[in-house]
Design a protein around this ligand. Structure first.
Ligand code: FAD
Length: 326
C-alpha cells in the first residue's frame, strides 16, 4: 500500500473558522496549504454544533447563519486551492532533520510542511455514538446535518434531548416529511422556548423512549423504539436518523507533542508562535493573558500567525503582507 503524501508550505491542523481563514491568508501570501480535520466536513464547532444558528458578532455581517459563514470561508480559501485532508486526525508531529515538519494522520497519510499552524479549537470531536448504530453510519444515520436539503421529504427520527436535538427538529420541520423526536427522559436540556416551539409544531415528541434496533437493506428503513418505563414497542418507518447525543472533545494526540500545553490550550507569543520554532497556533486553542474565545478573535490570530509563518518559511519575507484590496 502506498502512503498518501502531501508537500506544502503550511500545514493547518483544524478546519474550523480560524483554520479556513488561515488557508485563505496563506494563499494570499503565496503559500501552499493542506488543511487536516478529523471531521468529514470543514467548519469546526460551527458546522458540527450550530450550522443553522444566526451569528451576530462576526465583523461585517449583522447576522449570518453558521453554515453560510463556513461556506463563505471555504469559498474564500478556495481561491488558492488548499488540499483538504478530511476525516483524518493529525496524530504525530515530527521535526525533520533538514528543517520543516512531518505530520502523520491516524490513517497513515503524511503531510510534509515547512511550518505548522494548529487551529484545533477545543480538540477533536467524537460524536457520542448511538448504541448499535455503527452499521448505519453514513447510510441514513448521521450525527449532524451540515445541509438540511439532504433530509428533504424524508421521515426523520431525532434522538436526544438537548439544544442540538431540538434545533434540528425546528430547522428540519419545513424540509422533512415527518419528524419524530425521542428522548430517554421526560426532561430536556434544551432552551425552554425551543422546546415549546417544538411542542407546538408538527414534530412528534416521545419521552422515556430509546432505540431498540435499526433495520434496513441499503440504508435505514425503520427503527423500533421502546418506552423504558413500560417496555412498549413501536416500529417507525424512517429513512434518516439524527443522533444528537452530544460530542466529546479532546485535545488527544496534541498532548503528546512537544508544544507547551496548559490544560486544553496551547501557549503562544505575540506572533502566535508556540514554544516550538515554526509551529504556530490560532483560534480557540490558544492561551495568553486576556484571551477571548470568539470567531472574530480567531480570524485576527490566524492572520497574525500566517504572516509570521511566512517569515519563518522565507526569512526575506516581510511580516506585513500589504493590503489585499485590488
Ligand atoms: C453553541 C455555540 C455557539 C457559539 N456561538 C458563537 C457566536 O455567536 N460567536 C462567536 O464568535 N463564537 C461562537 N461560538 C464559539 C465559536 O464557535 C468558536 O470560537 C470557534 O468555532 C473557534 O474556531 P476554531 O477554528 O478556533 O476552532 P473549532 O471551530 O473548534 O475547529 C477546530 C477544528 O480542529 C479539528 N481538530 C482538532 N484537533 C485535531 C487533530 N488532532 N487532527 C485533525 N483535526 C483536529 C476539530 O475537528 C475541529 O473541526 C459558539 C460556540 C458554540 C459551541
Amino acid at each position: 500500500m502506498t502512503t498518501e503524501r502531501h508537500e506544502v508550505d503550511l500545514a493547518i491542523i483544524g478546519a474550523g473558522p480560524a483554520g479556513l481563514y488561515a488557508a485563505y491568508y496563506a494563499g494570499f501570501r503565496g503559500l501552499t496549504t493542506a488543511i487536516l480535520d478529523s471531521l468529514p466536513e470543514p467548519g469546526g464547532q460551527v458546522t458540527a454544533l450550530y450550522p443553522e444558528k444566526l451569528i451576530y458578532d462576526v465583523a461585517g455581517f449583522p447576522a449570518i447563519k453558521g453554515q453560510e459563514l463556513i461556506d463563505n470561508l471555504v469559498e474564500q480559501a478556495g481561491q488558492y486551492d488548499p488540499v483538504y485532508v478530511l476525516n483524518h486526525r493529525a496524530e504525530d508531529l515530527e521535526e525533520q532533520a533538514g528543517g520543516g515538519f512531518l505530520i502523520r494522520t491516524h490513517r497513515g497519510t503524511e503531510v510534509a510542511a515547512k511550518a505548522v499552524l494548529i487551529t484545533g479549537g477545543i480538540g477533536t470531536f467524537t460524536p457520542r455514538p448511538l448504541p448499535d448504530g455503527e452499521e448505519f453510519e453514513g447510510r441514513g444515520l448521521v450525527y449532524f446535518v451540515p445541509k438540511l436539503e439532504v433530509m428533504r421529504d424524508k421521515d426523520v427520527l431525532i434522538v436526544g434531548g438537548g439544544d442540538s436535538a431540538f434545533d434540528w427538529a425546528t430547522n428540519l420541520e419545513d424540509v422533512a416529511r415527518s419528524i419524530t423526536l425521542i428522548h430517554r427522559r421526560d426532561r430536556f436540556r434544551a432552551h425552554e422556548d425551543t422546546v415549546q416551539k417544538v411542542m407546538d409544531s408538527s414534530v412528534r415528541v416521545m419521552t422515556f423512549t430509546e432505540v431498540a434496533n435499526i433495520r434496513g437493506e441499503d440504508g435505514v428503513e425503520s427503527v423500533t423504539v421502546f418506552n423504558n418505563q413500560t417496555d412498549e414497542r413501536e416500529t417507525l418507518k424512517v429513512q434518516a436518523v439524527v443522533a444528537a447525543l452530544g460530542f466529546k472533545s479532546d485535545l488527544g494526540p496534541l498532548k503528546s507533542w512537544d508544544i507547551e500545553i496548559d490544560g486544553r490550550h496551547v501557549h503562544v507569543d505575540t506572533r502566535m508562535e508556540t514554544n516550538v520554532d515554526g509551529v504556530f497556533a490560532a483560534g480557540d486553542i490558544t492561551e495568553y493573558e486576556g484571551k477571548v474565545r470568539l470567531i472574530s478573535v480567531g480570524f485576527g490570530e490566524a492572520a497574525t500567525a500566517v504572516n509570521n509563518a511566512a517569515v519563518h518559511i522565507d526569512p526575506e519575507a516581510r511580516v506585513f503582507p500589504g493590503h489585499s484590496s485590488g
